[in-house]
Design a protein around this ligand. Structure first.
Ligand code: SRM
Ligand code: SF4
Length: 516
């Protein structure tokens, strides 16, 4: 970098905070923070740096923190889920958990004074929350039925564990890869249905054969944000189906993004800092060359076709596994919200009927694998399935929602409770002959992936009878799975109170619904 360029670069506010003290440095201070209490912390530690440990200050519930975990490939076991339930149970009504749109779990109501104990509890069961927020790689997503799916091409579990190990220095914290110019999403698909939303990840691996050898084509630069939404585009690279090659390629991509972030001015404006902006500046060809330089070897060109040939499955209900005599059972967790009691019950189901394993999906549901066929009937009569059904009504079944106003200060509207009530009412009033995926998101950040929904609803302000009220922008046409594409804005600023008739019309006219 020339001196003149260096002079002109103006770091954004978050970069200045990071330059003053690295986010991971608060790891050493956490015991002290727990002793002095959150009110004594300076703003940069409280609001920014604690997120490197997965601890999120919530302005909506000051003092009651959110703790975001990491669950590669969405996998956890009954002991881990029980531990998470125990953690939130101590917070009474304030304690809850959410399954996220990245196959992950977040805990709520957490007190800072308890964090050292909570970290010990997590470590004891092999969980971590490190590097789950801010300028870090987020939860690694993979097929939720990896290893058990009859349609599987590649089991993505091990590669996602290895990726997490590389990115977080096996949970200790990795200074080299935790000062990215911005957040970063990686996904590895092992099946044919693009279960991981490849199109909205910064790096996505999708299965593709080259000369009859299975490997992955690499897509790059997908993301959603308030400023811009970009579908991932081909890097024109194919990697062998080898976990270590995938990990090395990701390391090289992350290193290129991190090291060139300053000179390419990604650290000036956070609205123009995601990976796609670097591709725009460089062209894909140059990006590829820089990644090859970092790797110290040439990359192979992409396979002409990929293997994404199926529509995206939702995995709810009972499904035969590739292991004969076993089924996996997908249970519906309405809008992904859990309490301690529900989590204890799910952990028990996994122990009693399965092999103790639980999988989270990007649809914010759980899967319990390895239920022996002769145990399925007993499973189906468990009372908890009244609350978490296997076969919910049509709209409720495919409803996704971000956190919304109850806990998120970016939110312009309440999402989860409102979305669920509306879906239940419309399910009661209409016969809907097909799956309709409604995605609610409380603000343009689009954590609830409004652009991925058949119908997307994004919080905004609207006007009604001369007053400003909660409203939504409506997106239509999102497609997931094979030939995925982002939905587009169709109608602006619909007051939430007027939304039901609007949705009813759309469901009738575009999705073949009839009045009951
Ligand atoms: Fe998100 C920021 C919640 C998935 C795009 N997201 C936030 C924050 C941290 C804002 C804040 O500090 O309050 C939200 C925390 C609210 C809370 O208390 O829960 C938040 N995002 C979520 C979750 C929990 C939504 C959910 O209910 O499932 C998801 C957590 C995933 C995880 O386990 O790590 C979540 N966020 C997403 C996704 C979806 C995805 O990854 O498929 C996106 C769009 C995809 C993407 O990132 O490209 C997403 N979140 C954002 C953005 C916009 C990013 C940008 O480039 O501008 C922000 C704001 C930011 O980073 O500045 C954001
Ligand atoms: Fe919060 Fe907006 Fe993300 Fe919803 S979309 S969780 S309101 S930042």
């Amino acid at each position: 970098m020339t001196v003149t360029t260096e002079k002109k670069i103006k770091l954004n506010k978050i970069e200045k905070v990071k330059a003053a003290k690295h986010g991971l440095d608060v790891k050493k201070e956490i015991e002290h923070f727990a002793q002095i209490g959150w009110e004594a912390l300076n703003e940069d530690d409280l609001i920014v740096r604690l997120k490197w440990l997965g601890i999120f200050f919530r302005p909506v519930t000051p003092g009651k923190f959110m703790l975001r975990l990491r669950m590669p490939n969405g996998i956890l076991n009954s002991q881990q889920l029980t531990t998470l339930a125990q953690i939130i149970q101590r917070y009474g009504d304030d304690g809850s958990a959410d399954i996220t749109t990245r196959q992950n779990i977040q805990l709520r109501g957490v007190l800072l004074e308890d964090i050292p104990t909570i970290f010990s509890q997590l470590e004891a069961v092999g969980l971590t929350s490190i590097q789950s927020g801010m300028d870090n790689v987020r939860n690694l997503t993979g097929s939720p039925v990896a290893g058990i799916d009859p349609h599987e091409l590649y089991d993505t579990r091990e590669v996602n564990y290895k990726l997490q190990g590389m990115i977080t220095n096996n949970g200790e914290g990795n200074y080299e890869l935790s000062n990215l110019p911005r957040k970063f999403n990686i996904a590895v698909e092992g099946a044919k249905d693009n279960s991981i939303h490849a199109e909205i990840n910064d790096v996505a691996f999708i299965p593709a054969y080259k000369d009859e050898e299975l490997g992955f084509n690499v897509l790059i630069g997908g993301y959603l944000s308030a400023q811009r939404c970009a579908e991932a585009i081909p890097m024109d690279v194919w990697v062998r189906a080898d976990d270590d090659e995938i990990v090395e390629l990701c390391r090289a991509i992350l290193t290129v993004y991190t090291t060139h972030g300053l000179e390419e001015r990604l650290r000036e404006n956070r609205g123009k800092a995601r990976l796609m902006w670097l591709i725009d500046k460089w062209t894909m060809n140059r990006f590829r060359i820089e990644v090859e330089k970092e790797l110290g070897k040439s990359l192979q060109f992409a396979a002409p076709e990929d293997e994404i040939t199926m529509d995206k499955r939702d995995h709810l209900g009972v499904h035969p596994q590739k292991q004969e005599g076993y089924s996996y059972i997908g249970i519906h967790i309405p809008v992904g919200r859990l309490d301690a009691e529900g989590m204890f019950e799910i952990a028990r189901l996994a122990d009693v009927y399965g092999n103790g394993e639980i999988r989270a999906t990007v649809e914010q549901n759980f899967i319990i694998p390895y239920v022996a066929d002769d145990k399925v009937e007993a499973f189906l009569s468990e009372p908890i399935l009244q609350r978490y059904p296997l076969n919910p009504t049509t709209l409720v079944r495919s409803l996704i929602s971000c956190t919304g106003a109850r806990y998120c200060n970016f939110a312009l509207v309440e999402t989860k409770a409102r979305g669920l009530k509306l879906a239940q009412e419309l399910d009661e009033e209409l016969n809907i002959p097909q799956r309709v995926r409604i995605h609610w998101t409380g603000c343009p950040n689009s954590c609830g992936q409004a652009q991925a929904g058949d119908i997307g609803l994004m919080g905004t302000k609207a006007k009604k009878d001369g007053s400003v009220v909660e409203g939504v922008n409506l997106f239509l046409g999102g497609k997931v799975g094979k030939d995925a594409k982002l939905g587009e804005l169709s109608q602006k600023s619909i007051p939430c109170d007027d939304l039901k008739p609007v949705l009813k019309d759309i469901l009738i006219n575009q999705f073949g619904a009839t009045i009951k």
